[in-house]
Design a protein around this ligand. Structure first.
Ligand code: GDP
Ligand code: MG
Length: 311
């Protein structure tokens, strides 16, 4: 089951805009979440991971199943939400169900988009929302996303974090731009970013990595949920990335893949992705003795490629 991130923030901070951009990354069918039964405000979004592509390439496999997490677009909170203001109780109940919070903060200026308190002030806005969460006794891990204008995105490249001094760490994106970009092909995206004067290779990143702001939001949300990834290669036909809690045991991993794998577990053959790639695939790894045998006490590591042996 995918863990979920609830998108919270004041009204008009850009929650739905970001959600819509993320929805374009929604995978059509994810385990027990067939597309048609997903609620309109829930998106099951694929987690970008180039390791999966590399495994598929080295194993000569077409079918790749990425890890996924759920994003939930929650209606805006306002002052007094904890006491029921603006349907607050209902929204807070939605937040309570989420496993972590993505707190979106408005920085973009646009006189035609009303701010509920008539002033763009990220610090006060964050305090307002956090106070409501606190009064409603909601504590979960939180990631902050500053929703800046296209202009600010450009100005701050490539070392984004310095130009706003806020007492918390954050990712900076322009939700409107991300939503627009997600409608375009990769080459069109580059052209569009150039037109806006944003360096496509550095757009939205403040870690020096070349990835889109949206990718970064997904990857950081995944980390916030304390998830790591292990991989399976099934019958030489399909490779899959599986999210699992950091610190989980090999039996938990087996259980995710198939309950029978956990029930009848004997041992697991395990190799790190990097080692698998460097020897050129599973067969070579076996021949070169690079595959480890692990028993039921083994703690799964990020990047483990696992084959379960059952009796
Ligand atoms: N200029 C600008 N407008 C934005 C941005 N993000 C959202 N908006 C606009 O702000 C309005 C409210 O956005 P929405 O996502 O519906 O806010 P929500 O109430 O938090 O869900 C919409 O008209 C958006 O187009 C942004 O990054 N830049
Ligand atoms: Mg909305």
């Amino acid at each position: 089951m995918s863990l979920s991130i609830g998108i919270v923030g004041l009204p008009n901070s850009g929650k739905s805009t970001l959600f819509n951009a993320l929805l374009k990354r929604q995978i059509a069918q994810v385990g027990e979440y067939p597309y048609t039964t997903i609620e309109p405000n829930v998106g099951v979004v694929e987690v970008p991971d180039e390791r999966l592509d590399k495994i598929a390439a080295v194993a000569n496999i077409n079918k790749k199943v990425p890890a996924s997490i759920k994003f939930i677009d929650i209606a805006g909170l306002i002052k007094g939400a904890h006491a029921g203001e603006g349907l607050g109780n209902q929204f807070l109940a939605h937040i309570r169900e989420a496993d972590a919070i993505l707190h979106i903060v408005r920085v973009f200026e646009n006189p035609s988009v009303l701010h509920p308190y008539q002033k763009i002030d990220p610090i006060i806005d964050v305090e307002t929302v956090n106070q409501e969460l606190e009064l409603a006794s909601i504590k979960k891990p939180t990631i902050y996303v500053l929703n800046v204008s296209e202009k600010d995105l450009k100005k701050a490249m490539p070392a984004g974090r310095q130009d706003f001094s806020l007492p918390f760490s954050f990712i900076k994106i322009c939700a409107k731009l991300e939503a627009e970009l997600s409608d375009l092909s990769e080459s069109e995206q580059e052209g569009y970013l150039r037109e806006l004067g944003v360096d496509p290779s550095a757009h939205s990143t403040n870690s020096g990595q070349a990835s889109s702001g949206l990718d970064q939001v997904i990857v950081e949300s995944y980390k916030l949920l304390n998830l790591i990834t292990f991989f399976t290669i099934v019958g030489g036909k399909q490779t899959q990335a599986w999210p699992i809690k950091n610190g989980a045991n090999i039996i938990d991993a087996a259980n995710l893949v198939h309950t029978d794998f956990a029930k009848h577990f004997i041992k697991a053959e395990v190799i790190l992705v990097g080692d698998l790639l460097s020897v050129g695939g599973w067969k070579n790894a076996k021949e070169e003795g690079k595959i480890r045998l692990e028993g039921r006490d083994y703690i799964v590591k990020d990047g483990d490629v696992i084959e379960f042996k059952i009796g």
